[in-house]
Design a protein around this ligand. Structure first.
Ligand code: CMC
Length: 440
Protein backbone atom coordinates (compact mmCIF):
# COMPACT_ATOMS: atom_id res chain seq x y z
CA UNK A 1 0.00 0.00 0.00
CA UNK A 2 1.11 3.59 -0.61
CA UNK A 3 2.83 5.38 2.24
CA UNK A 4 0.47 8.36 2.29
CA UNK A 5 2.32 10.00 5.19
CA UNK A 6 5.27 10.62 2.86
CA UNK A 7 3.34 12.67 0.32
CA UNK A 8 5.33 15.81 -0.42
CA UNK A 9 2.88 17.49 -2.80
CA UNK A 10 -0.07 19.52 -1.56
CA UNK A 11 -2.79 21.76 -2.93
CA UNK A 12 -4.18 24.83 -1.17
CA UNK A 13 -7.96 25.27 -1.35
CA UNK A 14 -9.02 28.91 -1.04
CA UNK A 15 -12.72 29.66 -0.45
CA UNK A 16 -14.62 32.78 -1.51
CA UNK A 17 -17.11 32.53 1.36
CA UNK A 18 -14.78 33.24 4.25
CA UNK A 19 -14.07 29.58 5.10
CA UNK A 20 -10.40 29.34 6.13
CA UNK A 21 -8.22 27.86 3.38
CA UNK A 22 -6.95 24.29 3.76
CA UNK A 23 -3.97 22.32 2.47
CA UNK A 24 -4.77 18.92 1.01
CA UNK A 25 -2.18 16.19 0.33
CA UNK A 26 -1.59 14.96 -3.22
CA UNK A 27 -0.55 11.36 -3.88
CA UNK A 28 1.21 9.97 -6.95
CA UNK A 29 0.30 6.65 -8.51
CA UNK A 30 2.88 4.46 -10.30
CA UNK A 31 1.01 5.43 -13.49
CA UNK A 32 -1.83 7.82 -14.18
CA UNK A 33 -3.02 11.09 -12.67
CA UNK A 34 -2.17 12.24 -9.16
CA UNK A 35 -5.04 12.28 -6.67
CA UNK A 36 -6.00 14.96 -4.16
CA UNK A 37 -6.88 13.46 -0.78
CA UNK A 38 -10.18 15.05 0.28
CA UNK A 39 -10.91 12.64 3.14
CA UNK A 40 -10.26 15.37 5.76
CA UNK A 41 -12.13 18.09 3.86
CA UNK A 42 -15.49 17.82 5.60
CA UNK A 43 -13.93 17.74 9.05
CA UNK A 44 -11.81 20.82 8.29
CA UNK A 45 -14.34 22.90 6.30
CA UNK A 46 -17.84 21.44 6.72
CA UNK A 47 -18.01 21.02 2.92
CA UNK A 48 -18.37 17.94 0.74
CA UNK A 49 -16.93 17.42 -2.73
CA UNK A 50 -19.54 17.08 -5.52
CA UNK A 51 -18.88 14.70 -8.41
CA UNK A 52 -21.98 12.95 -9.85
CA UNK A 53 -20.94 10.01 -12.03
CA UNK A 54 -17.49 10.09 -10.34
CA UNK A 55 -15.93 11.92 -13.29
CA UNK A 56 -13.01 13.20 -11.18
CA UNK A 57 -13.05 10.78 -8.26
CA UNK A 58 -10.67 7.92 -7.46
CA UNK A 59 -12.73 5.74 -5.13
CA UNK A 60 -9.87 3.54 -3.91
CA UNK A 61 -6.21 2.62 -4.24
CA UNK A 62 -5.71 -0.37 -6.54
CA UNK A 63 -2.86 -2.38 -8.08
CA UNK A 64 -4.91 -4.61 -10.37
CA UNK A 65 -5.81 -2.85 -13.61
CA UNK A 66 -4.55 0.33 -15.20
CA UNK A 67 -6.29 2.19 -18.01
CA UNK A 68 -4.83 5.12 -19.92
CA UNK A 69 -7.91 6.33 -21.76
CA UNK A 70 -6.06 8.92 -23.84
CA UNK A 71 -3.41 6.45 -25.00
CA UNK A 72 -5.87 3.55 -25.40
CA UNK A 73 -3.88 1.37 -22.99
CA UNK A 74 -5.18 -1.38 -20.69
CA UNK A 75 -2.87 -3.29 -18.33
CA UNK A 76 -3.72 -6.18 -15.98
CA UNK A 77 -1.11 -6.22 -13.18
CA UNK A 78 1.19 -4.27 -15.53
CA UNK A 79 0.84 -6.57 -18.57
CA UNK A 80 -0.69 -5.12 -21.78
CA UNK A 81 -4.06 -6.63 -22.66
CA UNK A 82 -2.99 -7.54 -26.20
CA UNK A 83 -0.01 -9.61 -24.94
CA UNK A 84 -2.26 -11.40 -22.46
CA UNK A 85 -4.96 -12.02 -25.07
CA UNK A 86 -2.47 -13.39 -27.61
CA UNK A 87 -0.08 -15.33 -25.32
CA UNK A 88 -2.14 -16.56 -22.37
CA UNK A 89 -5.37 -18.42 -21.76
CA UNK A 90 -8.21 -17.18 -19.58
CA UNK A 91 -7.33 -19.25 -16.50
CA UNK A 92 -3.76 -17.90 -16.59
CA UNK A 93 -5.23 -14.40 -16.62
CA UNK A 94 -7.54 -15.35 -13.72
CA UNK A 95 -4.49 -16.48 -11.74
CA UNK A 96 -2.70 -13.24 -12.59
CA UNK A 97 -5.63 -11.07 -11.49
CA UNK A 98 -6.16 -13.00 -8.26
CA UNK A 99 -2.50 -13.50 -7.25
CA UNK A 100 -0.70 -10.56 -8.86
CA UNK A 101 1.76 -12.67 -10.91
CA UNK A 102 1.50 -14.98 -13.91
CA UNK A 103 1.57 -18.63 -12.83
CA UNK A 104 4.58 -20.90 -13.21
CA UNK A 105 3.84 -24.09 -15.22
CA UNK A 106 3.18 -25.99 -11.96
CA UNK A 107 0.98 -23.23 -10.55
CA UNK A 108 -0.95 -23.11 -13.82
CA UNK A 109 -1.51 -26.87 -13.85
CA UNK A 110 -2.68 -26.81 -10.20
CA UNK A 111 -4.95 -23.80 -10.73
CA UNK A 112 -6.49 -25.28 -13.92
CA UNK A 113 -7.12 -28.54 -12.07
CA UNK A 114 -8.68 -26.74 -9.10
CA UNK A 115 -11.04 -24.63 -11.22
CA UNK A 116 -11.96 -27.46 -13.58
CA UNK A 117 -12.82 -29.71 -10.63
CA UNK A 118 -15.34 -27.28 -9.15
CA UNK A 119 -17.49 -26.95 -12.24
CA UNK A 120 -20.49 -28.97 -11.04
CA UNK A 121 -23.29 -27.15 -9.22
CA UNK A 122 -25.40 -28.35 -6.31
CA UNK A 123 -28.18 -30.54 -7.75
CA UNK A 124 -30.80 -28.46 -5.92
CA UNK A 125 -29.75 -25.36 -7.88
CA UNK A 126 -31.41 -26.99 -10.90
CA UNK A 127 -34.76 -26.89 -9.11
CA UNK A 128 -34.18 -23.28 -8.12
CA UNK A 129 -33.61 -22.53 -11.82
CA UNK A 130 -36.80 -24.35 -12.75
CA UNK A 131 -38.75 -21.79 -10.70
CA UNK A 132 -38.08 -19.15 -13.36
CA UNK A 133 -40.26 -18.61 -16.41
CA UNK A 134 -38.66 -20.12 -19.52
CA UNK A 135 -38.74 -16.71 -21.23
CA UNK A 136 -37.02 -14.89 -18.34
CA UNK A 137 -34.05 -12.75 -19.37
CA UNK A 138 -30.85 -14.73 -18.59
CA UNK A 139 -29.50 -11.79 -16.57
CA UNK A 140 -32.56 -11.95 -14.29
CA UNK A 141 -31.98 -15.69 -13.89
CA UNK A 142 -28.24 -15.37 -13.31
CA UNK A 143 -28.61 -12.52 -10.80
CA UNK A 144 -30.92 -14.85 -8.86
CA UNK A 145 -28.75 -17.96 -9.25
CA UNK A 146 -25.55 -16.19 -8.16
CA UNK A 147 -27.31 -14.61 -5.19
CA UNK A 148 -28.62 -18.07 -4.28
CA UNK A 149 -25.07 -19.45 -4.14
CA UNK A 150 -24.78 -18.06 -0.58
CA UNK A 151 -27.54 -20.47 0.40
CA UNK A 152 -26.05 -23.43 -1.49
CA UNK A 153 -22.44 -22.93 -0.39
CA UNK A 154 -22.72 -21.42 3.13
CA UNK A 155 -19.33 -22.90 4.08
CA UNK A 156 -17.63 -20.35 1.77
CA UNK A 157 -19.95 -17.40 2.38
CA UNK A 158 -17.95 -15.62 5.09
CA UNK A 159 -16.30 -12.67 3.36
CA UNK A 160 -13.91 -11.96 6.21
CA UNK A 161 -12.40 -15.48 6.27
CA UNK A 162 -9.59 -15.53 3.63
CA UNK A 163 -9.88 -19.29 3.07
CA UNK A 164 -13.65 -19.13 2.57
CA UNK A 165 -13.24 -16.15 0.26
CA UNK A 166 -10.62 -18.00 -1.81
CA UNK A 167 -12.90 -21.01 -2.06
CA UNK A 168 -15.82 -18.75 -3.05
CA UNK A 169 -13.67 -17.27 -5.86
CA UNK A 170 -12.75 -20.73 -7.22
CA UNK A 171 -16.34 -21.94 -6.92
CA UNK A 172 -17.75 -18.89 -8.66
CA UNK A 173 -15.16 -18.84 -11.50
CA UNK A 174 -15.65 -22.59 -12.00
CA UNK A 175 -19.45 -22.64 -11.80
CA UNK A 176 -20.33 -19.48 -13.74
CA UNK A 177 -20.03 -21.26 -17.14
CA UNK A 178 -22.24 -24.07 -15.81
CA UNK A 179 -24.83 -21.58 -14.48
CA UNK A 180 -24.86 -19.52 -17.70
CA UNK A 181 -25.14 -22.66 -19.85
CA UNK A 182 -27.96 -24.00 -17.64
CA UNK A 183 -29.84 -20.70 -17.96
CA UNK A 184 -29.48 -20.94 -21.75
CA UNK A 185 -30.52 -24.61 -22.02
CA UNK A 186 -33.52 -23.91 -19.81
CA UNK A 187 -34.61 -21.00 -22.03
CA UNK A 188 -34.53 -23.16 -25.19
CA UNK A 189 -36.08 -26.21 -23.55
CA UNK A 190 -33.03 -28.47 -23.91
CA UNK A 191 -31.43 -30.83 -21.38
CA UNK A 192 -28.63 -29.46 -19.23
CA UNK A 193 -25.19 -30.67 -20.32
CA UNK A 194 -22.92 -31.34 -17.37
CA UNK A 195 -19.32 -30.06 -17.43
CA UNK A 196 -16.47 -32.14 -18.85
CA UNK A 197 -13.45 -31.35 -16.71
CA UNK A 198 -10.80 -32.57 -19.16
CA UNK A 199 -11.63 -29.74 -21.58
CA UNK A 200 -10.29 -26.20 -21.45
CA UNK A 201 -12.42 -23.59 -19.67
CA UNK A 202 -13.76 -22.11 -22.94
CA UNK A 203 -14.19 -25.49 -24.71
CA UNK A 204 -16.14 -26.84 -21.75
CA UNK A 205 -18.40 -23.78 -21.86
CA UNK A 206 -19.04 -24.13 -25.61
CA UNK A 207 -19.87 -27.81 -25.12
CA UNK A 208 -22.27 -27.09 -22.25
CA UNK A 209 -24.00 -24.47 -24.41
CA UNK A 210 -24.27 -26.33 -27.69
CA UNK A 211 -23.99 -30.09 -27.13
CA UNK A 212 -27.20 -32.13 -27.31
CA UNK A 213 -27.57 -35.68 -25.94
CA UNK A 214 -28.27 -37.32 -29.31
CA UNK A 215 -25.09 -36.17 -31.10
CA UNK A 216 -21.36 -36.10 -30.46
CA UNK A 217 -20.21 -32.49 -29.93
CA UNK A 218 -16.97 -31.51 -31.64
CA UNK A 219 -15.24 -28.37 -30.39
CA UNK A 220 -13.97 -25.88 -32.99
CA UNK A 221 -10.54 -24.56 -31.85
CA UNK A 222 -10.98 -21.20 -33.67
CA UNK A 223 -14.30 -20.57 -31.92
CA UNK A 224 -13.05 -21.77 -28.53
CA UNK A 225 -10.01 -19.50 -28.79
CA UNK A 226 -12.24 -16.54 -29.73
CA UNK A 227 -14.43 -17.19 -26.68
CA UNK A 228 -11.37 -17.56 -24.42
CA UNK A 229 -10.07 -14.22 -25.75
CA UNK A 230 -13.45 -12.62 -25.16
CA UNK A 231 -13.24 -13.80 -21.54
CA UNK A 232 -9.70 -12.34 -21.18
CA UNK A 233 -10.75 -8.96 -22.60
CA UNK A 234 -13.66 -8.71 -20.16
CA UNK A 235 -11.92 -10.08 -17.06
CA UNK A 236 -11.40 -6.74 -15.31
CA UNK A 237 -11.75 -3.07 -16.08
CA UNK A 238 -10.74 -1.03 -13.06
CA UNK A 239 -13.42 0.82 -11.08
CA UNK A 240 -16.32 0.62 -13.57
CA UNK A 241 -19.97 0.69 -12.46
CA UNK A 242 -20.36 -3.02 -11.64
CA UNK A 243 -16.97 -3.29 -9.90
CA UNK A 244 -17.75 -0.21 -7.83
CA UNK A 245 -21.09 -1.81 -6.99
CA UNK A 246 -19.32 -4.97 -5.85
CA UNK A 247 -16.87 -2.92 -3.77
CA UNK A 248 -19.71 -0.96 -2.14
CA UNK A 249 -21.46 -4.22 -1.29
CA UNK A 250 -18.23 -5.74 0.06
CA UNK A 251 -17.76 -2.68 2.27
CA UNK A 252 -20.85 -3.68 4.25
CA UNK A 253 -19.38 -7.16 4.93
CA UNK A 254 -21.98 -9.10 2.92
CA UNK A 255 -21.41 -12.61 1.51
CA UNK A 256 -19.02 -12.82 -1.49
CA UNK A 257 -21.77 -14.42 -3.58
CA UNK A 258 -24.22 -11.62 -2.72
CA UNK A 259 -21.58 -9.04 -3.71
CA UNK A 260 -21.03 -10.79 -7.07
CA UNK A 261 -24.81 -10.90 -7.61
CA UNK A 262 -24.87 -7.10 -7.17
CA UNK A 263 -22.16 -6.82 -9.84
CA UNK A 264 -24.19 -9.00 -12.21
CA UNK A 265 -27.27 -6.83 -11.61
CA UNK A 266 -25.36 -3.63 -12.34
CA UNK A 267 -23.67 -5.09 -15.41
CA UNK A 268 -27.07 -5.79 -16.96
CA UNK A 269 -27.68 -2.11 -17.85
CA UNK A 270 -27.39 -1.11 -21.55
CA UNK A 271 -24.82 1.61 -20.81
CA UNK A 272 -22.51 -0.98 -19.22
CA UNK A 273 -22.47 -4.73 -19.90
CA UNK A 274 -25.74 -4.64 -21.81
CA UNK A 275 -24.15 -2.58 -24.59
CA UNK A 276 -23.20 -5.60 -26.74
CA UNK A 277 -26.81 -6.81 -26.62
CA UNK A 278 -28.01 -3.28 -27.40
CA UNK A 279 -25.50 -3.00 -30.28
CA UNK A 280 -26.70 -6.24 -31.86
CA UNK A 281 -30.37 -5.26 -31.44
CA UNK A 282 -29.60 -1.94 -33.12
CA UNK A 283 -28.02 -3.78 -36.08
CA UNK A 284 -30.92 -6.23 -36.34
CA UNK A 285 -33.49 -3.40 -36.28
CA UNK A 286 -31.54 -1.46 -38.89
CA UNK A 287 -31.38 -4.54 -41.11
CA UNK A 288 -35.13 -5.04 -40.77
CA UNK A 289 -35.73 -1.41 -41.73
CA UNK A 290 -33.76 -1.67 -44.97
CA UNK A 291 -30.12 -2.26 -44.00
CA UNK A 292 -27.38 -0.40 -45.84
CA UNK A 293 -29.88 1.83 -47.68
CA UNK A 294 -31.03 3.24 -44.34
CA UNK A 295 -27.62 3.81 -42.71
CA UNK A 296 -27.46 7.50 -43.70
CA UNK A 297 -30.88 8.23 -42.21
CA UNK A 298 -30.03 6.27 -39.06
CA UNK A 299 -26.74 8.12 -38.54
CA UNK A 300 -28.59 11.46 -38.88
CA UNK A 301 -31.06 10.37 -36.18
CA UNK A 302 -28.15 9.47 -33.88
CA UNK A 303 -26.41 12.78 -34.56
CA UNK A 304 -29.57 14.72 -33.73
CA UNK A 305 -30.17 12.58 -30.60
CA UNK A 306 -33.63 11.69 -31.93
CA UNK A 307 -35.45 9.79 -29.20
CA UNK A 308 -32.18 9.80 -27.21
CA UNK A 309 -30.75 7.49 -29.86
CA UNK A 310 -27.05 6.54 -29.62
CA UNK A 311 -24.85 4.39 -31.75
CA UNK A 312 -24.58 1.43 -29.41
CA UNK A 313 -21.14 -0.14 -29.17
CA UNK A 314 -19.50 3.24 -29.81
CA UNK A 315 -17.89 5.59 -27.30
CA UNK A 316 -16.46 4.98 -23.87
CA UNK A 317 -16.36 6.92 -20.63
CA UNK A 318 -12.62 6.28 -20.23
CA UNK A 319 -11.14 5.44 -23.65
CA UNK A 320 -11.13 8.67 -25.59
CA UNK A 321 -8.77 7.55 -28.38
CA UNK A 322 -9.43 3.84 -28.94
CA UNK A 323 -10.57 0.89 -26.84
CA UNK A 324 -7.55 -1.49 -27.02
CA UNK A 325 -9.87 -4.44 -26.42
CA UNK A 326 -11.82 -3.45 -29.55
CA UNK A 327 -8.68 -3.82 -31.68
CA UNK A 328 -8.15 -7.43 -30.51
CA UNK A 329 -11.86 -8.25 -30.77
CA UNK A 330 -11.96 -6.81 -34.29
CA UNK A 331 -9.19 -9.24 -35.40
CA UNK A 332 -10.94 -12.09 -33.59
CA UNK A 333 -14.23 -11.09 -35.21
CA UNK A 334 -12.71 -11.38 -38.69
CA UNK A 335 -11.15 -14.78 -37.82
CA UNK A 336 -14.53 -16.08 -36.65
CA UNK A 337 -16.46 -14.73 -39.65
CA UNK A 338 -13.89 -16.35 -41.99
CA UNK A 339 -13.94 -19.66 -40.11
CA UNK A 340 -17.74 -19.81 -40.28
CA UNK A 341 -17.98 -18.48 -43.85
CA UNK A 342 -20.14 -15.55 -42.74
CA UNK A 343 -18.37 -12.65 -44.46
CA UNK A 344 -21.31 -12.11 -46.79
CA UNK A 345 -24.00 -12.44 -44.17
CA UNK A 346 -26.16 -9.25 -44.44
CA UNK A 347 -26.02 -8.51 -40.69
CA UNK A 348 -22.23 -8.70 -40.50
CA UNK A 349 -21.79 -6.74 -43.72
CA UNK A 350 -24.05 -4.07 -42.27
CA UNK A 351 -21.96 -3.94 -39.08
CA UNK A 352 -18.75 -3.44 -41.06
CA UNK A 353 -20.33 -0.67 -43.19
CA UNK A 354 -21.66 1.08 -40.08
CA UNK A 355 -18.22 0.88 -38.49
CA UNK A 356 -16.57 2.40 -41.59
CA UNK A 357 -19.10 5.24 -41.95
CA UNK A 358 -18.98 6.18 -38.27
CA UNK A 359 -15.16 6.16 -38.25
CA UNK A 360 -15.18 8.69 -41.10
CA UNK A 361 -18.02 10.95 -39.89
CA UNK A 362 -16.98 14.18 -38.21
CA UNK A 363 -19.67 13.88 -35.49
CA UNK A 364 -18.06 10.69 -34.17
CA UNK A 365 -14.45 11.61 -34.94
CA UNK A 366 -14.68 15.01 -33.20
CA UNK A 367 -16.20 13.42 -30.08
CA UNK A 368 -13.69 10.54 -30.07
CA UNK A 369 -16.47 7.99 -30.48
CA UNK A 370 -14.79 4.79 -31.67
CA UNK A 371 -16.18 1.26 -31.67
CA UNK A 372 -15.73 -0.25 -28.22
CA UNK A 373 -15.18 -3.93 -27.39
CA UNK A 374 -18.93 -4.53 -27.21
CA UNK A 375 -19.47 -3.66 -30.85
CA UNK A 376 -17.26 -6.56 -32.00
CA UNK A 377 -17.98 -8.97 -29.15
CA UNK A 378 -21.68 -8.78 -30.04
CA UNK A 379 -20.91 -9.69 -33.66
CA UNK A 380 -18.57 -12.54 -32.63
CA UNK A 381 -21.12 -14.03 -30.27
CA UNK A 382 -23.95 -13.73 -32.78
CA UNK A 383 -21.78 -15.44 -35.43
CA UNK A 384 -20.99 -18.30 -33.05
CA UNK A 385 -24.71 -18.84 -32.50
CA UNK A 386 -24.98 -17.38 -29.01
CA UNK A 387 -28.39 -15.76 -28.55
CA UNK A 388 -28.34 -12.00 -28.04
CA UNK A 389 -29.98 -12.23 -24.62
CA UNK A 390 -27.01 -14.28 -23.37
CA UNK A 391 -24.32 -11.73 -24.28
CA UNK A 392 -24.29 -9.86 -21.00
CA UNK A 393 -24.38 -13.12 -19.05
CA UNK A 394 -21.15 -14.13 -20.80
CA UNK A 395 -19.64 -10.76 -19.91
CA UNK A 396 -20.63 -11.42 -16.26
CA UNK A 397 -19.00 -14.87 -16.45
CA UNK A 398 -15.72 -13.29 -17.57
CA UNK A 399 -15.87 -10.36 -15.12
CA UNK A 400 -16.41 -12.62 -12.07
CA UNK A 401 -12.64 -13.02 -11.58
CA UNK A 402 -12.11 -9.25 -11.72
CA UNK A 403 -14.80 -8.71 -9.11
CA UNK A 404 -13.09 -11.26 -6.83
CA UNK A 405 -9.65 -9.71 -7.33
CA UNK A 406 -11.07 -6.30 -6.42
CA UNK A 407 -12.90 -7.79 -3.44
CA UNK A 408 -9.70 -9.38 -2.08
CA UNK A 409 -7.72 -6.21 -2.59
CA UNK A 410 -10.32 -4.16 -0.79
CA UNK A 411 -10.54 -6.46 2.21
CA UNK A 412 -6.76 -6.54 2.57
CA UNK A 413 -6.60 -2.73 2.47
CA UNK A 414 -6.35 -1.43 6.07
CA UNK A 415 -7.98 1.87 5.03
CA UNK A 416 -11.10 0.04 3.79
CA UNK A 417 -14.29 1.56 5.25
CA UNK A 418 -18.03 1.19 4.79
CA UNK A 419 -18.81 3.06 1.54
CA UNK A 420 -21.19 5.90 2.34
CA UNK A 421 -21.30 8.80 -0.15
CA UNK A 422 -22.94 12.10 0.87
CA UNK A 423 -25.10 14.43 -1.22
CA UNK A 424 -25.97 17.98 -2.15
CA UNK A 425 -29.47 18.32 -0.66
CA UNK A 426 -31.83 20.53 -2.70
CA UNK A 427 -35.18 19.37 -1.24
CA UNK A 428 -37.65 21.13 1.07
CA UNK A 429 -36.55 23.01 4.15
CA UNK A 430 -37.80 21.62 7.47
CA UNK A 431 -41.61 21.52 7.53
CA UNK A 432 -44.26 19.79 9.65
CA UNK A 433 -46.91 17.23 8.72
CA UNK A 434 -50.30 18.99 8.43
CA UNK A 435 -53.50 17.25 9.51
CA UNK A 436 -55.37 15.51 6.65
CA UNK A 437 -58.14 18.17 6.60
CA UNK A 438 -55.50 20.91 6.21
CA UNK A 439 -54.00 19.36 3.00
CA UNK A 440 -55.69 21.08 0.07
N1 CMC B 1 -23.64 7.60 -30.06
C1 CMC B 1 -23.87 8.90 -30.37
N2 CMC B 1 -23.44 9.93 -29.65
C2 CMC B 1 -22.72 9.63 -28.55
C3 CMC B 1 -22.43 8.32 -28.17
C4 CMC B 1 -22.92 7.28 -28.98
N3 CMC B 1 -22.68 6.01 -28.68
N4 CMC B 1 -21.69 8.33 -27.03
C5 CMC B 1 -21.53 9.61 -26.71
N5 CMC B 1 -22.14 10.41 -27.63
C6 CMC B 1 -22.13 11.87 -27.69
C7 CMC B 1 -23.08 12.48 -26.68
O1 CMC B 1 -24.37 12.64 -27.22
C8 CMC B 1 -22.39 13.79 -26.41
O2 CMC B 1 -22.63 14.64 -27.50
P1 CMC B 1 -22.95 16.20 -27.28
O3 CMC B 1 -21.64 16.75 -26.73
O4 CMC B 1 -23.32 16.71 -28.62
O5 CMC B 1 -24.06 16.27 -26.27
C9 CMC B 1 -20.91 13.41 -26.43
O6 CMC B 1 -20.82 12.29 -27.32
C10 CMC B 1 -20.33 13.04 -25.09
O7 CMC B 1 -21.19 12.06 -24.52
P2 CMC B 1 -21.22 11.66 -22.98
O8 CMC B 1 -22.53 10.97 -22.71
O9 CMC B 1 -20.89 12.87 -22.16
O10 CMC B 1 -20.02 10.69 -22.92
P3 CMC B 1 -19.74 9.65 -21.80
O11 CMC B 1 -18.28 9.51 -21.72
O12 CMC B 1 -20.48 9.96 -20.56
O13 CMC B 1 -20.43 8.34 -22.45
C11 CMC B 1 -20.95 6.10 -22.85
C12 CMC B 1 -19.87 7.09 -22.43
C13 CMC B 1 -20.33 4.71 -22.95
C14 CMC B 1 -22.07 6.08 -21.80
C15 CMC B 1 -21.52 6.53 -24.23
O14 CMC B 1 -20.50 6.67 -25.18
C16 CMC B 1 -22.60 5.59 -24.75
O15 CMC B 1 -23.77 5.68 -24.33
N6 CMC B 1 -22.23 4.62 -25.67
C17 CMC B 1 -23.16 3.67 -26.17
C18 CMC B 1 -23.32 2.54 -25.17
C19 CMC B 1 -22.09 1.65 -25.14
O16 CMC B 1 -21.60 1.21 -26.18
N7 CMC B 1 -21.62 1.37 -23.92
C20 CMC B 1 -20.53 0.43 -23.69
C21 CMC B 1 -19.35 1.05 -23.08
S1 CMC B 1 -17.99 -0.09 -23.06
C22 CMC B 1 -18.43 -1.29 -21.95
C23 CMC B 1 -17.74 -1.20 -20.64
O17 CMC B 1 -16.51 -1.01 -20.59
O18 CMC B 1 -18.46 -1.37 -19.64
Amino acid sequence: MTDFANSNKTVKLVFSDGTPSVMLPIYEGTLGPDVIDVTGLYKKTGKFTYDPGYLSTASCESAITYIDGAAGQLLYRGYPIDELAMQCDFLEVCYLLLHGELPTPKQKADFDYLVMHHTMVHEQLEFFLRGFRRDAHPMAVITGMVGAMSAFYPQSANLLDPEQREMAAIQMIAKMPTIVAMAYKYSVGERFVWPKNGLSYASNFMRMLFAIPCEEYVNNPVIDRAVDRLFILHADHEQNASTSTVRLCVSSGTSPFAAIASGVACLWGPQHGGANEAALRMLTDLLAQGGEAKIGEFIEQVKHHEGGRRLMGFGHRVYKSYDPRARIMRTTCHEVLDELGLRDDPLFKLAMTLERIALEDDYFVSRNLYPNVDFYSGIVQKAIGIPVTLFTAIFALARTVGWFAQMNEMINDPTCKLGRPRQLYRGSMLRHVPEMHERL
